[in-house]
Design a protein around this ligand. Structure first.
Ligand SMILES: [Zn+2]
Length: 486
């Protein structure tokens, strides 16, 4: 049992140094850990940990416990969550520390909170760092090995609720410390957005640097209205080093949780935020500028230092788009299946003021495109079939983990000059195009050709999502709202 005693002591020492575990709470926390482990024989060893991340002390505890038959390897996730939950600060202490720091320095507050969520093992950073990630054709492509592929848009409508109905959905604040989804290590902090109570938490899947979600304290459905633009502006007023955006509140083009109002943001400027303007427009009495972005999707960027006029213009764009019909382009605002047009707004703060990009989206389907006319077309589904949500629309693609192995095999075939076997028929487009790219620059290798091919496919997927394939139509859309080219 000495192994367990030493492992427990090391983990408690790690919590003292990294998780703000107070001296007065050490015995109490250690007893909680022993309780979780079923009260094994224990004697204090005085072992210390110098680790800066949880993998090492947790790994030692797992090995010792498995050796002693306390739990099996497949129970690691649950036991890790229980033990780290017991060693983490309670929510009030996290909120207080975050608020005190934010009052002086917002960036230091988010830095502290994010680091805390990594150190208490909620954000599985070491696993996320293993995800392949590269830039190609102006887009960022990642392969997410930590998250299961999500292909069922019906589940999104229910917010991925669990049997029993508590918590009501996967992002309700009731998940904080909850055993149901192993959320004992989840910690959240308070936000006030346009006068409403919201909270902020980091994502355990972390698609990009400090990826988090802002969530309404009430379990209320996703929606976008004028207040959404003010809430997003409030958020970047508090955290100007972050971007924040809201998914379109419709299935097939929105996020994985539609049942609960939330935004996604974080500490990385995504490719769309860096896109230049194809055209700039303004109108009398509007002090800002509306830009049609030089971007494969259909995006209008409203720039203004005045949040009220920003919200007014964005809401006008939203209202016009929600009712917009052009059958020749396949745009049908609503039919017997409900509403099909929606916007996805996302904001950054720059020297020019707020830059609110309003992405025009449609989830209409047709016989030819049963998954969506403005969704990734079928020839690309072997790479990406899931909804093209806010993050992808901004140029960061999260591709399913299965691709890593599958595309490695395709790359090997290309390099060897072998034909694509029947079982990989779904990759015939990738194989054909990547083979051509490879033959252009064979010295770079087939892996590089596959990466270029993925960048090209992601760009074409974004073009599929564009509701106006011709940017002059986006300019015309704004002209109909009284804007004129500058
Ligand atoms: Zn909820």
């Amino acid at each position: 049992m000495n192994d367990i005693s030493a492992a427990v002591d090391k983990l408690v020492s790690y919590a003292r140094k990294n998780l703000c575990l107070a001296e007065e709470n050490v015995l109490w926390a250690r007893n909680a850990v022993l309780d979780i482990l079923g009260s094994p024989d224990y004697a204090f060893t005085g072992e210390e940990s110098c680790a800066l991340s949880p993998e090492e002390p947790l790994g030692e505890l797992f090995s010792a416990c498995e050796k002693a038959g306390i739990f099996a390897p497949e129970e690691r996730e649950e036991y890790g969550d229980r033990v780290m939950g017991a060693l983490s600060l309670p929510p009030d202490a996290v909120c207080a520390r975050f608020a005190d720091t934010a009052a002086l320095d917002a960036k230091a507050a988010t830095e502290w909170f994010y680091t805390y969520c990594v150190k208490n093992d909620y954000v599985k950073k070491s696993r996320l760092d293993k995800n392949p990630r590269f830039e190609e054709d102006g887009l960022i492509v990642t392969i997410n090995k930590a998250k299961p592929e999500f292909r069922d848009p019906k589940k999104a409508a229910s917010g991925n609720s669990v049997k029993g109905g508590y918590p009501l959905c996967a992002i309700c604040r009731e998940n904080e410390g909850c055993p149901v989804r192993n959320k004992r290590t989840l910690r959240t902090v308070d936000l006030t957005l346009d006068g409403e109570k919201w909270f902020w938490q980091y994502s355990p899947y972390g698609y990009f640097y400090q990826h988090g979600i802002a969530v309404n304290c009430l379990h209320t459905p996703m929606h976008v209205d004028r207040s959404t633009f003010l809430k997003l502006a409030d958020f970047v007023d508090m955290f100007p080093h972050y971007f924040i955006g809201c998914n379109a509140p419709l299935p097939r083009i929105g996020g994985s949780v539609l049942a609960h109002d939330h935004f996604q943001g974080g500490g990385e400027m995504l490719p769309m935020h860096r896109a230049s303007a194809y055209a700039a427009l303004s109108r009398p009495s509007f002090k800002g500028v509306a830009e049609v972005l030089d971007w494969p999707g259909t995006v209008i960027r409203v720039v203004s230092a005045d949040r009220e006029e920003l919200a007014d213009v964005c809401e006008e764009i939203r209202e016009k788009w929600v009712g917009f019909e052009d059958l020749s382009l396949g745009i049908v605002p609503s039919d017997e299946d409900g509403v099909h047009n929606a916007v996805s707004p996302t904001v950054v703060k720059t020297a020019r003021g707020y830059e609110m990009s309003v992405i025009l989206r449609s989830n209409i389907t047709s016989e030819r495109f049963p998954d969506g006319v403005f969704h990734a077309h079928p020839e690309f589904h072997s790479v990406k079939k899931e909804s093209i949500g806010l993050i992808e629309a901004q140029g960061l693609f999260i591709l399913p983990g299965r691709l890593e192995g599958q595309l490695k095999e395709v790359a090997d075939l290309i390099e060897k000059g072998e034909p694509l076997p029947e079982e990989h028929a779904q990759f015939s487009l990738v194989y054909k195009e990547a083979s051509a790219l490879y033959s252009e620059r064979p010295a770079e290798g087939a892996d590089a050709a596959i990466r270029r091919e993925l960048g090209s496919i992601c760009r074409r997927i974004l073009q599929n999502t564009a509701v106006f394939k011709d940017k002059r139509l986006t300019v015309k859309f704004l002209e109909e709202l009284g804007f004129a080219l500058i």
